[in-house]
Design a protein around this ligand. Structure first.
Ligand SMILES: [Zn+2]
Length: 249
């Protein structure tokens, strides 16, 4: 649509009915306000979605917090994601990401603590990593481990991450069809990756035979979050079953 002028050279504005309109909100995702700092202060794993929306088309900011210390070890792995990610740094000290920095990641990128010195007790970083869930088929991710000795790729754990509402969403891939709270695919896939990576077979490099040191899991804690989500679903079903039993008693 272009603006036109009449013979007096005044701009004729388009009628509202001709203008493109943003559709009204469907009501599926109620607007919510969240403080990143409040959420991160109580979260126990990395990359926790801070809003409860992860379906097709949803914009999903996920929070992470890292800190250093004499005993802290984070290891290193690589992440491949068909969805673009934008990192916002909400505060940092002695970190690779500076406070207030906004960064678009490459589709394939290394992941570690993002601290300049993970042994520095004063080092920390709080970020959100935001991705937009695909509305089309084909959202995928992969977690990759490289050998600590020969640097060759030794594990590539690729998985379909099609979100709820996308044509290739698989409700049974990371949870159960009747789940009340869906697993977040990045955490669930990362938890699978950690199990493979730290198994006896996973630690031995097929290229050079080097026995790799296990990936530290405590700083990431994906498996705990996956288990908590599973327990939450069990609790929901327990309560609905109890209510049904009471109703029919
Ligand atoms: Zn190797």
């Amino acid at each position: 649509m272009s603006l036109t002028t009449n013979k007096h050279d005044t701009v004729i504005l388009p009628q509202l009915s001709e203008a493109r309109e943003i559709p009204r909100p469907s009501g599926a995702r109620e607007p919510l306000k969240v403080s990143v700092y409040e959420r991160v202060s109580k979260q126990v794993a990395q990359l926790v979605p801070i809003f409860p929306y992860d379906d097709a088309g949803a914009i999903v900011p996920c929070a992470a917090v890292m800190w250093g210390g004499p005993e802290r070890e984070h290891g290193q792995y690589f992440h491949w994601n068909t969805a673009s990610e934008v990192v916002i740094t909400w505060g940092s000290n002695n970190a690779m990401l500076s406070t207030g920095q906004i960064m678009a990641t490459q589709k394939y990128h290394g992941v570690n603590s993002f601290l300049k010195d993970e042994k520095d007790p004063e080092a920390f970083v709080i970020v959100t990593v935001t991705q937009r869930q695909s509305t089309e088929e084909g959202q995928k991710e992969a977690m990759v481990a490289k050998c600590q000795e020969c640097k060759q790729e030794m594990i590539r754990h690729e998985y379909d991450a099609g979100p709820f509402g996308a044509p290739d969403f698989d409700p049974a891939r990371f949870g159960r069809e009747d789940d009340f709270i869906r697993q977040f695919s990045t955490q669930a896939g990362s938890s699978e990756f950690a199990a493979i990576r730290n198994s006896a077979e996973g630690r031995a490099c097929p290229g050079c035979g080097f026995e790799n040191v296990p990936l530290p899991t405590e700083p990431w804690n994906w498996t705990r979050m996956v288990k908590q989500t599973r327990i939450v679903n069990s609790a929901y079903h327990a309560l609905t079953a109890a209510a049904e039993a009471e109703r029919t008693a």
